[in-house]
Design a protein around this ligand. Sequence first.
Ligand SMILES: [Zn+2]
Ligand SMILES: [Zn+2]
Length: 108
Amino acid sequence: MNTSKKEKFTTTIDKNVLETAKKTSHEKHLPLSGVIENFLKFFANPWIYCFKCGERFNAEEGELCPKCGWVKCPKCGTCRCGLEEDTAVAVFHMRRVYEDLLSGRVRK
Ligand SMILES: [Zn+2]
Ligand SMILES: [Zn+2]
């Protein structure tokens, strides 16, 4: 249930980006405002899923491993340490999607 107050938000973005987004949101039957709201929530407070146990947690809440610099899962404590090199590289590249979306590191 969403009881939070709605507020009008006006911005200027690239025309082509907006048109493509409108078309996609229409195809997916999702209101564009909801898509933007979702993204802004993520942007302000990014969450990640543990690649080991699947726990969803806030990237700001996880403890950073001093050894590998990755956010540790608060549930199982997994970080890059102990991963096979191939797996670590795969996870690293997957997380880059977040970094592209957030225009920066998941967490500095
Ligand atoms: Zn975990
Ligand atoms: Zn580590």
